[in-house]
Design a protein around this ligand. Structure first.
Ligand code: SF4
Ligand code: SF4
Ligand code: FES
Length: 373
């Protein structure tokens, strides 16, 4: 066991093992820092800079990427100081200009109150934020190295090398699962995973047909945590790959048997952690929670049971308005509020963000748009 360091994060004492990064130390203490290019299975890259924090290290203050900065005794870290928030807003503006439709970017923009980017959007359909998760996962963990960055600067992009991927890609689908912006697609079939999934569905159906409850999760052997590092399997890429969809609705075809033979049983997908979205601030919409809100001007948002926004409203008195709504609004199940004296401006920002994301007004109607004008 290595040395344990004591450091301070957001005025809290946190213990961290030598070798951990500030990000890992913060996560171990349940402190949220946004990230886009970090993954526990991968070496840190420091590409997105979103994990920036303010660090005081031996009397020296600096802004640094928490995913690459190693912990040390006595570090004083602020994850959400005004300087950090400002830096993240600029980064989110850059991301919004590159990938305006990426859902995770929109979520971060909403979280940090960034309504628009001042920069020109070069390609409104672009979804890749160049985080490199797919490239590194394919190389460092899968060991296939089938996907890579090409070009530099604004032309930089991720591609499956046409002549290389056909040989090197093992079709595991890990890159598509991991991509935080859901922009990767592998040509169907990406065999084994789909086949296993269908196999599970078939097993559930068979169990139910035989009178069971369809519960196929029962563990008959002791489960060991598999190593995610499957590495390269000699000759694996040369095994013939089925280019036809394999179905399990009849006796297994030769192609299906071939595909099953290609399965590495790596369980890697089960270990992929998605990029952590900002924590939600919604409160259950009831009188007791409403009583905790301030009697100040601000913006309230009401959400239905699926956490879809049904109303965004700038109000003079947050508590009074919520009390009125809690008595009469039957659709709202959740709410959030922000105190803001410039509540009309904030209200329109939030409505614009909603419109951009869903192409309609909150709640589906046009009443609020009418109210606005
Ligand atoms: S499917 Fe697997 S092997 Fe193919 S590019 Fe993606 S991560 Fe690499
Ligand atoms: S394709 Fe997805 S995972 Fe790969 S670099 Fe782009 S955003 Fe990241
Ligand atoms: S730079 Fe740290 S998560 Fe991207």
């Amino acid at each position: 066991m290595g040395t344990v360091f004591n450091l301070t994060i957001n005025d809290r004492q946190v213990e961290a093992q030598e070798g951990m990064t500030i990000l890992e130390a913060a996560r171990s203490a349940d402190i949220y820092i946004p990230t886009l290019c970090s993954h526990p299975l991968l070496k840190p890259l420091g590409a997105c800079r979103l994990c920036v924090v303010e660090i005081t290290d031996g009397g020296r203050s600096l802004m640094g990427a928490s995913c690459t900065y190693p912990v040390a005794a006595g570090l004083d870290v602020k994850t959400d100081s005004p300087a950090v928030i400002e830096a993240r807003k600029v980064l989110i503006e850059l991301l919004l200009a590159r990938t305006p439709k990426a859902r995770i970017v929109q979520r971060l923009a909403q979280e940090y109150g960034v309504a628009n980017s001042r920069l020109r959007v070069a390609d409104p359909g672009e979804l890749c934020i160049l985080c490199g998760l797919c490239v590194r996962m394919c190389d460092e963990v899968v060991g296939a190295n089938a996907i890579n960055f090409v070009n530099r600067g604004t032309n930089r992009e991720v591609v499956f090398h046409p002549e290389v991927s056909a040989e090197a890609c093992v079709g595991c689908g890990v890159c598509t699962t991991l991509c935080p912006t859901e922009c990767l697609e592998i040509e169907k079939p990406y065999g084994v995973v789909a086949a296993v999934d269908m196999g599970r569905k078939a097993a559930v159906a068979i169990d139910k047909y035989l009178g069971g409850a369809g519960a196929i999760g029962e563990e008959l052997i002791e489960y060991e945590n598999p190593s995610p590092r499957i590495g390269k399997v000699p000759g694996f890429a040369d095994r013939p790959r089925s280019l036809e969809p394999c179905t399990l609705d009849a006796a297994p075809s030769g192609a299906a048997i071939g595909e099953a033979g290609r399965c590495l049983q790596c369980d890697l997908r089960l270990q992929l952690a998605a990029v952590k979205a900002p924590p939600e601030h919604y409160h259950a919409f009831n009188a007791e929670n409403v009583r905790q809100t301030p009697e100040e001007a601000g913006v309230i948002q009401l959400l239905d049971g699926d956490k879809m926004v049904v109303a965004i409203r700038g109000v003079m008195n947050i508590r009074q308005e919520l009390e009125r709504e809690v008595a009469k609004n039957e659709n709202a199940r959740w709410f959030e509020w922000e105190a803001d004296e410039m509540f009309t401006k904030r209200e329109s920002e939030l409505i614009q963000q909603y419109l951009q994301k869903y192409g309609k007004m909150p709640g589906g109607g046009m009443d609020e748009l009418d109210d606005l004008f």
